[in-house]
Ligand binder design. Structure first.
Ligand SMILES: Cc1cc2nc3c(=O)[nH]c(=O)nc-3n(C[C@H](O)[C@H](O)[C@H](O)COP(=O)(O)OP(=O)(O)OC[C@H]3O[C@@H](n4cnc5c(N)ncnc54)[C@H](O)[C@@H]3O)c2cc1C
Length: 386
């Protein structure tokens, strides 16, 4: 079959770039279409899970990740010292492996005999890697491997049949053997191909931002549950999160203003904080949905295109990296004639339960954070610090 490339990956976020690298390693010719001309600088992911760190370690990226992690730890520790928050030696470590609904999961309580947790080698030390750093590192690796990354190019439509996919873009058409939608939570590929996307509607509005402010001395470092919601402060200067249970945002695309953030932070924390500048800010909800199959013929999905959920517990990017690791070698093997097409069915059967588990995990956190007496049972109304 006469294709321009074997695979078009729509979306050059972390998952699209990771998948493209995996496909190239398996010998496939790949083009990544990314509508943005630069990596999106808006604050999003700040941490990766141990399986993701291990996957990137296996691909030779440990030194760069370790350096990014070290720089993040230096910033966190400087902040904790400045706050004199009582994080102490444990906080310096940071001594945690994550959190559930703001309840810190202490590293010394992790059962390292649990399969998958005990043997990550040096990757076990890596946790705090910002999404932009992952995208920058994966972008460099994609270039090294010969992935054709086309920035400033948007997928606008496609026609798929049994033999090929013709992808229409803002810069002309590309004919490929396969199309993988890694185009995020509002995936055009998912919608155009008509994937079912069942799930639960949002009930909360959350913001994460890095701001300049006065009056921050009154804020508790860590996650704090109050009668009006939950807020987090730290572990770096000016980083705040607010969680409010007053329904989803009226306009989810409206820019996040300093006034709005200030109102929310005052409302949830009860502190007279004044926000004087916003360096970066994002809004998110607990919208939780997942496709029922990850493949329809020659069209597949990975990452947020296949599943969306709240950001609690820092799971989404890593879930997508897992999708990419699972799909990459399989699709490359099918393209290279080393495996039958039926192998691709295992992509859905293996990744769908993992995604469903993460959705439930995030829903459970929202339930535990609700500021009503019934839900607050397991959580203390106090600061859980790093
Ligand atoms: C506040 C917040 C904090 C988070 N923290 C964490 C965390 O700590 N750890 C974690 O693991 N996850 C975290 N997440 C989740 C994480 O950000 C996402 O899961 C991750 O970005 C998903 O990656 P992706 O590549 O699937 O999608 P995206 O990152 O959304 O990338 C999709 C890409 O596709 C491009 N695109 C879209 N449509 C088109 C088109 N038609 N044509 C061409 N290009 C297109 C977009 O420009 C974008 O670059 C957080 C999310 C939020 C909102």
């Amino acid at each position: 079959m006469d294709y321009d490339v074997d695979v078009v990956v729509a979306g050059g976020g972390p998952v699209g770039l990771m998948l493209a690298c995996e496909l190239r390693l398996g010998g496939a010719r790949v083009a990544v279409l990314e509508r943005l001309t630069e990596v999106n600088p808006t604050i999003k992911g700040g941490a990766i899970t141990m399986p993701s760190a291990e996957a990137l370690y296996r691909r030779g990226m440990l030194p760069e990740l370790a350096e990014v992690h070290r720089q993040a730890m230096d910033r966190f520790q400087a902040f904790m010292r400045e706050q004199n928050s009582g994080g102490g030696a444990e906080g310096q470590g940071l001594g945690i492996v994550g959190h559930f609904a703001g309840i810190m999961l202490r590293a010394n309580l992790v059962d390292r005999t649990e399969p998958g947790l005990g043997d990550a080698g040096p990757a076990a030390e890596i946790a705090f890697v910002a999404q932009q750093d992952i995208e920058r590192l994966l972008g460099g690796r994609a270039d090294e491997l010969g992935v054709d990354v086309r920035r400033g190019v948007e997928l606008t439509g496609f026609d798929a049949d049994d033999g090929a996919v013709t992808v229409r873009t803002s810069h002309g058409a590309v004919r490929a053997g396969w199309l993988v939608g890694c185009d995020g939570g509002r995936s055009a590929v998912r919608k155009l191909e008509g994937f079912d996307f069942p799930g639960t509607d949002p009930e909360i509005t959350c913001h994460q931002a890095v701001v300049e402010m006065t009056g921050a001395e009154g804020l508790k470092v860590g996650w704090t549950a109050t009668d009006t919601g939950v807020y987090a402060y730290g572990p770096m200067p000016g980083r705040v999160v607010t969680v409010e249970f007053d329904g989803p945002p009226a306009d989810r695309d409206a820019p996040v203003s300093a006034e709005d953030l200030q109102d929310r932070l005052r409302r949830v924390s009860g502190m007279d904080v004044t926000i004087t500048g916003v360096r970066t800010a994002t809004r998110f909800t607990d919208h939780a949905r997942q496709v029922t199959e990850y493949r329809k013929g020659r069209v597949l999905l990975a990452g947020d295109a296949a599943h969306v959920h709240s950001a609690f517990g820092s799971q989404g990017l890593s879930l997508g990296i897992g999708d990419a690791m699972n799909l990459g070698w399989k699709l490359a093997a099918v393209i290279g004639g080393r495996a039958p097409e039926g192998l691709l069915d295992t992509y859905t059967s293996e990744r769908l339960p993992v995604g469903a588990w993460v959705l439930d995990w995030t829903r459970a956190q929202v339930a535990a954070m609700r500021p009503d007496p019934q839900s607050r049972g397991p959580c203390e109304r106090s600061s859980a610090t790093w």
